[in-house]
Design a protein. Structure first.
Length: 106
């Protein structure tokens, strides 16, 4: 990623991850229900530590498994969000399909 793209990513209020990518550590602040183009979903609100201070990041995700993971994480916890390739029952990658996972970090 070039310098301009990296700077734009840092300044964006939205968390976006490519398949196989993970976020920087984020502080989990809140969640809320939202309605969007693809139906009802959840918006997760985080803060990210940057050299210039805390920046708020939002992340929209409608995946039930991710909501179940986030439901047991306490507000104020540090987490890393992973976007992983979705696979079928035989372990074959499903093209353009992914799942999100949350990992609590110290």
């Amino acid at each position: 990623m070039g310098k301009l793209a990296e700077l734009a990513k840092q300044r964006s209020p939205f968390l976006r991850l490519a398949i196989g990518e993970s976020s920087e550590p984020l502080i989990y602040k809140a969640w809320k229900e939202i309605s969007g183009q693809f139906g009802d979903s959840f918006r997760y609100i985080f803060e990210q530590e940057t050299p210039s201070g805390l920046v708020q990041k939002t992340f929209d995700c409608s995946q039930q498994k991710f909501a179940e993971e986030m439901d047991v994480i306490e507000f104020g916890s540090k987490v890393i969000i992973h976007r992983k390739q979705k696979v079928d029952g035989q372990g074959n990658a499903l093209e353009n399909k992914s799942v999100y996972e949350a990992e609590v970090v110290a």
